[in-house]
Write a protein that binds this ligand. Structure first.
Ligand code: NAP
Length: 275
């Protein structure tokens, strides 16, 4: 009898896959290893609401100032500018293509034509491959089709990593995971000190999926709310830092990849020093 129980226990151990863990950040090198083994910078530049010209300059300044991660999206209408900023920085010798990590997102209206949407983003960015492409929003009617197009593009060498954005319910995240074969490397959701995404981070830990914060400073036009928070302002005063630097450091220490948006070269430089 004991022997049967022992055999059953051994079988069970092999049947249940080891649960993944939330990816650990290497704060010294400002990187994280994603659940597919690819290394990703944990601090970058966001480009929401920037024109193509602004995005070109912001990306160029950021790469010049030591950033390696860039976030854009088809719906921002600035992928072409982002591509120009990347090429300027590479041509001037600040970075190589291999040293940087470029993220873009597939918009919901493209989900029915995912293969073409990926090729169009590659074309606008002027790149041979994209490091990370994510579905911009949950859309149960056809997000699985779009995700499967991204899986094909990984197999074709067009994308290195794939992930999701704006999935706020564990059940919705699982719906997509259960219908596809590649576990999302990353989930990009609104995350900041007033919206800490605690439940979703605990949920995605089982897949080894990492959280990336959008609106890390509270969002363009709304940053003063967080900057003037008494606790954040007091920490900043005590450490001789700005509120923005304190918040960005909080993201990294909490295990959130941070992609603050900026069109101001002084802010871009300051943020680089907070990482
Ligand atoms: N997946 C999604 O649905 C989604 C949604 C929204 C955003 N995103 C991504 O997440 C990124 C970040 O979000 P966000 O840009 O909307 O908001 P954010 O990063 O929270 O805030 C941007 C605002 O912060 C200001 N700022 C930046 N650095 C600063 C500093 N050091 N000191 C003072 N002010 C500073 C910027 O002004 P200046 O320009 O003057 O520096 C801008 O007004 C976006 O750019 C985008 O790439 C994704």
């Amino acid at each position: 009898m004991k022997k049967i129980i022992l055999i059953a226990l051994i079988c069970l151990c092999f049947a249940v896959p080891a649960l993944a863990e939330y990816p650990a950040f290497d704060l010294e090198n400002a990187t994280v290893t994603l659940n597919n083994g690819v290394g990703m910078p944990i601090f970058g530049i966001g480009t929401f609401a920037l024109s193509s010209e602004q995005a070109e300059n912001s990306v160029y300044w950021a790469l010049r100032d030591g950033y390696h991660l860039i976030d854009t999206a088809r719906i921002y209408g600035n992928e072409d500018g982002v591509g120009r900023g990347i090429r300027r920085a590479i041509e001037e010798g600040y970075v190589t293509r291999e040293e940087i990590f470029v993220t873009t997102k597939m918009w919901t209206s493209d989900f029915g034509n995912g293969d073409a949407a990926i090729d169009a983003s590659l074309e606008r960015l002027g790149l041979d491959y994209i490091d990370l492409m994510i579905l911009h929003h949950s859309q149960p009617s056809n997000d699985v089709d779009a995700y499967q197009a991204m899986e094909r593009a990984v197999a074709d060498g067009k994308l290195r990593c794939i992930g999701l954005s704006n999935y706020y319910e564990p059940e919705d995240f699982d719906r997509l995971v259960n219908a596809t074969t590649t576990v999302p490397a990353l989930l990009q959701n609104e995350t900041h000190p007033y919206h800490q995404s605690t439940e979703m981070k605990a949920h995605i830990a089982q897949y080894g999926t990492v959280m990336e914060s959008w609106f890390p400073l509270g969002g363009r036009g709304n940053t003063q709310v967080l900057f003037n928070d008494p606790t954040i302002a007091a920490i900043a005063g005590a450490h001789g830092k700005t509120s923005a630097q304190v918040i960005l450091r909080w993201h990294l220490q909490a295990g959130n990849i941070a992609i603050p948006g900026s069109s101001n070269p002084d802010h871009i430089l300051e943020k680089g020093e907070s990482s």
